[in-house]
Write a new protein. Structure first.
Length: 202
């Protein structure tokens, strides 16, 4: 049941996060009884146009990730940010950006972050190019996995790992949108739907 609730919350947030110009009539399942009990619009002046959220339940409420493009003239330089809301959908930790680069001279190009739990810890899965600056959407992207650790009330990345598939790497240079899930205490990712391929994360 929790998975269903999180999925519905994701649809709701993805429709309204940073999208004040969209009418509520465009929400998925709008008008269906029992689907949406409440809607909430999150607009952050420091991160205009924030979009593509992922939501995950934590003890304090819900942890929400988002994608942010600092400079519209450089659309492939993206950042991943986090904020927290409580059960009443009130922001309890203001949005901030994750440091996914450290001392690298390559700017953050992280996209499509997804939050999930594995072995009692919070992880984030996203695509990026950590080797060189991307200037076109057809250029290579890799998948990255990082554990989130909480320090001084905010989550930070730890243990960043680049993921690869030996069976696909010679052919597919642009990896995106792997969907993580846990089965029998092991971590897997859904790689493609057609054909349906699932990868085991070692």
């Amino acid at each position: 049941m929790r998975a269903v609730c999180n999925l519905l919350c994701f649809f709701s947030l993805s429709a309204v996060l940073g999208a004040a110009h969209k009418a509520t009539a465009s929400l998925p399942f709008e008008g269906s009884p029992g689907i949406f009990l409440e809607e909430k619009l999150f607009c952050f002046p420091a991160f205009p146009g924030a979009f593509n959220p992922s939501i995950f339940r934590v003890e304090e409420g819900f942890l929400v990730s988002f994608r942010y493009v600092p400079d519209p003239q450089s659309p492939y330089c993206n950042c991943v940010g986090l904020f927290m809301i409580n059960e009443d959908l009130e922001v309890v930790v203001s949005p901030y950006l994750l440091d996914l680069r450290g001392n690298s001279s390559v700017p953050s190009q992280a996209e499509d972050a997804r939050l999930f739990s594995y072995r009692g810890e919070i992880w984030i899965l996203y695509n990026d190019n950590a080797k060189k600056r991307v200037t076109h959407y057809t250029q290579p992207r890799d998948m990255f996995l990082a554990k989130l650790v909480k320090k001084e009330g905010k989550y930070q990345v730890d243990c960043v790992q680049e993921l690869s598939s030996e069976d696909h790497e010679p052919y597919n240079k642009q990896e995106k949108n792997w969907a993580p899930f846990v089965w029998q205490e092991a971590l897997f990712v859904a790689y493609t739907l057609s054909p349906h391929e699932v990868l085991y994360v070692r």
